[in-house]
Design a protein around this ligand. Structure first.
Ligand SMILES: NC(=O)c1ccc[n+]([C@@H]2O[C@H](COP(=O)([O-])OP(=O)(O)OC[C@H]3O[C@@H](n4cnc5c(N)ncnc54)[C@H](OP(=O)(O)O)[C@@H]3O)[C@@H](O)[C@H]2O)c1
Length: 251
């Protein structure tokens, strides 16, 4: 039997793994939630949209005869990861998560760690500042009760609805970003504070390095808890896992 992978995507690591898997002659499908209008082209066939919870994913695994699941979702996409663990356990499909370590504070950083989005909202309940709210589009409404700030939003797609802030600017751009250009962006907009998810990895780190270079404080949102599962931290490790997980499947 040949391997037939399901790669749960939404990160640059997922794209890199799909490239390596395709180069190794592995078959599979790359799955996106559909959060961005134009997901990056993938070297393996692509599907878009939710599966319909654990039961939907179980049906998909069976229907597509998936042999391995590689969960390379964003560290904040915890629901998808929980569903994947539950569905794979129920269907007896091996699963590994391709994860990137959380960021650590280094000398020169001025971070306030908060446990979740609500914690970031609470931390912004203060006198007006110019804030780079670099958290994507999905949680902007939770900051709507803080209209005193001027918000700089960086989004992958132009917003479908106007952001819920009286004073804001939108920059449409997608990573990976560059520290020097992020510094220019922050200085041009007079940014005084940065709000970021602890996404880990390199592509989104530019704003953190830029904030450090200018001496700006950062409100850093901790990752949601993830379910217990096998984890690897690089593409080579994920390929090796595919080669050895299960029985005689593999590269
Ligand atoms: N998803 C991403 O690609 C992505 C990328 C960057 C950042 N984030 C951040 O993660 C947080 C949660 O985002 P989220 O709602 O997308 O994740 P989530 O809360 O983990 O997922 C919610 C639902 O979206 C569907 N879904 C998520 N990832 C999927 C994938 N790769 N393939 C197919 N369906 C998928 C699943 O629907 P069903 O239950 O119907 O299967 C899942 O239950 C937000 O803060 C967001 O900004 C997400």
């Amino acid at each position: 039997m040949c391997a037939n992978l399901l790669v749960l995507a939404g990160t640059s690591e997922a794209t890199a793994f799909a490239r390596a898997a395709a180069d190794a002659g592995l078959a599979g499908t790359v799955s996106f939630a559909g959060r961005v209008a134009r997901p990056l082209r993938q070297p393996l066939p692509r599907r878009v949209g939710g599966f319909g919870g654990v039961e939907g994913l179980r049906a998909y695994l069976r229907g597509q005869a998936i042999t391995h699941v590689v969960d390379a979702t964003h560290p904040f996409a915890a629901q998808m990861s929980r569903n994947a663990v539950a569905a794979c356990a129920a269907e007896g499909v091996p699963l590994v998560a391709l994860t990137r370590p959380a960021w650590d504070e280094v000398p020169g950083d001025d971070w306030t760690r908060v446990p979740d989005i609500s914690g970031a909202v609470a931390a912004l309940d203060r006198a007006p500042v110019s804030v780079m709210l670099a958290i994507g589009r999905m949680h902007l409404a939770e900051f709507a009760g803080l209209p005193q700030h001027h918000y700089l939003l960086r989004l992958v797609d132009p917003p479908r609805e106007p952001p819920p802030f009286p004073r804001h600017e939108v920059v449409v751009d997608r990573g990976p970003f560059d520290p020097a250009r992020d510094r220019e962006l922050m200085e041009a907009h007079g940014i005084e504070l940065v709000v970021s998810k602890d996404a880990g990895g390199t592509g989104a780190y530019a704003k953190i390095a830029a904030a450090r270079a200018i001496g700006l404080p950062v409100i850093m949102i901790d990752r949601p808890p993830q379910p217990g599962r096998a984890e690897v931290h690089d593409v080579a490790g994920a390929l090796d896992w595919v080669a050895h997980a299960g029985t005689d499947l593999g590269v």
